[in-house]
Design a protein. Structure first.
Length: 557
């Protein structure tokens, strides 16, 4: 039977824990176009907004399956109230078994043509289901996905930013086979912007792993949908509001250090069982690399070094076993991965050791941010050739990468920087000098000011004296560059402390410069002495991994 594996796994899921009660499942289950699965665990603060947005969808032929995973707050009572007012709201109340089990049992009990996932601390725009369902049915799709917003705050104080699944805008509005087009694996990894054909999921037994807790179980589900997808479409519209200020969100739980490793072992086993793990090593390497960075950002500093060393060893084993393929990674990411694999100790020292204590407190006052981008075509990029400071973070985030080029973000608490870049192609090189994006507890942006005292680009003095900027009001400078042109940047700054708790209060704001060295001494930032920075800088700059030579090579058979 086509669905035999699915039925077997479904029974295992249903036998795992006690289901306390089922509510409204005896109501009319006919003509349901979309089954909405909402996993719930202790989200009383955000749950009403989520449910209101789903109930108000312009597509009315839906069922809303709310799976309560043993919540200990008021979440269940909220669900009962909604279910009493709208019988489309169906409740599965069960003992706690983790995110994967919660998702699986909700999907197993779905009766709609398509299934969509909405996280209980997020919300959606009114036409999401209508638009996705229309696209899916007209094109007979296995699944369809759309762009989304990340947001902070509530009401009038909401701050949102659009995130495109495909920053290069090359895969939108066309039917593709994700099982064959591996470029699709470089898209944003999430499961909640998608509408999935129910039969497609069940005939391929696409499920979440039922490991404990709520970390990474959706990675395997995402990977399998792309592995099996024959008719898939991505549309350039955004309907999903993804919350980033929930303090209880699992992505901020720092104790679950190796949840990612567990999930990727299961993904690898899935590929191995299918007999074509080598064919998908490019996608596997890409996903594992980017989720490594995500995990490093979320776990506590005491676990970072151990996790880094374990990950570096995992990649070394992949190379030794001829199972390594970094071809989907951007050149800069290949360089960083090469650094992680071949010079793990210095990578850790450069990125984390100096920042172990009080970095967040310190950066609030003294951190500058410089956004650099060579505007032109997709291939436009800037490569860092020289950096003489170690209290500096240099990244190329996905939101800064589009069809006009790849952007670089520099964050530093040194007070001065000397950087040299190589422009890959001709274009307009733009610098935006600003401060960090800092918000109060309500999500309101706080104008933390940075006073740029000197900016010299190549031999041209741009600023000498004072230029005050902050995140939403940067100082911008641009210049035309040619293929392969090297550009040198020298910049100095000092912070300005604002005695204000919110952008919106009306209190008198006092300005006064902060002495960086005294501030460091006051918070016992002792790494300056302990690490003997001069020697460390010299060792780092002389190490082979610091210099960009050639991209990493695939070792797969």
């Amino acid at each position: 039977m086509v669905y035999e594996e699915f039925e077997t796994e479904k029974q295992k899921t249903h036998d795992k824990v006690k289901i306390r009660q089922l509510i409204n499942f005896d109501k009319n289950n006919e003509d349901i176009k979309v089954s909405v699965v909402i996993p719930i665990f202790n989200v009383e603060t955000y749950l009403p907004q989520c449910l209101d947005s789903v109930i108000s969808q312009s597509l009315k032929e839906i069922e809303i399956i709310c799976v309560n995973d043993g919540s200990t707050d008021n979440s269940l009572n909220i669900l009962l109230d909604y279910a009493a007012r709208d019988d489309r709201v169906k409740i599965i109340d069960k003992d706690n078994a983790g995110y994967g089990h919660t998702m699986n049992i909700g999907m197993d009990m779905a009766s709609g043509e398509y299934i969509v996932i909405v996280e209980s601390d997020d919300w959606i725009l009114q036409d999401m289901f209508k638009t996705l369902y229309k696209t899916a049915t007209e094109n007979k799709l296995d699944f369809v996905k759309s762009d989304f917003y990340r947001f902070f705050g509530e009401g009038q104080n909401i701050i949102k930013k659009l995130f495109k699944l495909d920053p290069n805008e090359e895969l939108y509005d066309k039917i593709i086979s994700t099982s064959k087009s591996h470029d699709a694996y470089t898209m944003q990894m999430n499961t909640w912007t998608g509408l999935y054909n129910t039969n497609f999921l069940r005939k391929n037994c696409i499920r979440h792993s039922e490991t404990p807790g709520a970390s990474y179980q959706d990675n395997g589900f995402w990977f399998k949908t792309f592995y099996y997808g024959q008719r898939v479409m991505f549309i350039p519209e955004a309907f999903y509001m993804y919350r980033r200020d929930n303090p209880n969100s699992s992505v901020k739980n720092k104790e679950k250090v190796y949840a990612m490793d567990t999930e990727y072992e299961l993904i690898y086993k899935f590929l191995e069982d299918k007999g074509n793990s080598s064919e998908f090593m490019d996608a596997f390497t890409y996903a594992k690399y980017h989720n490594f960075h995500f995990t490093m950002d979320r776990i506590d500093i005491q676990f970072k070094k151990e996790f880094l060393e374990n990950t570096a060893n995992n990649f070394r084993e992949m190379i030794q076993n001829n199972e390594f393929d970094p071809s989907l990674l951007a050149e800069n990411d290949q360089y960083i991965l090469n650094w992680i694999i071949n010079d793990t100790e210095n990578y850790y020292k450069y990125n984390y050791t100096i920042n172990e204590e009080n970095y967040d407190y310190l950066s609030k006052y003294v951190e500058c941010r410089i956004d650099i981008k060579n505007y032109g075509t997709i291939g436009n990029d800037v490569l860092l050739l020289k950096n003489n400071e170690i209290l500096t973070k240099i990244t190329q985030p996905g939101w800064f990468n589009d069809k006009k080029g790849r952007g670089t973000v520099i964050q530093s608490i040194t007070g001065s920087l000397d950087l040299t870049f190589k422009c890959i192609k001709q274009g307009i090189l733009e610098f935006n000098f600003r401060s960090i994006d800092y918000r109060d507890n309500l999500g309101n942006t706080m104008p933390l000011l940075i006073d740029y005292t000197e900016i010299i680009i190549d031999d041209e003095t741009i600023i000498s004296g004072s230029m005050v900027a902050w995140h939403d009001s940067p100082y911008t400078y641009s210049k035309k560059v040619e293929d392969g042109q090297k550009v040198h940047l020298h910049v100095t700054w000092k912070p300005i402390n604002r005695d204000s708790n919110s952008l919106y209060d009306n209190k008198q704001i006092s300005l006064g410069t902060v002495d960086v060295i005294n501030l460091i001494n006051e918070i016992n930032y002792l790494q300056y002495e302990n690490l003997k920075l001069k020697k460390f800088k010299k060792d780092l700059l002389n190490s082979k991994s610091w210099k960009l030579t050639e991209p990493l090579r695939s070792t797969k058979n």
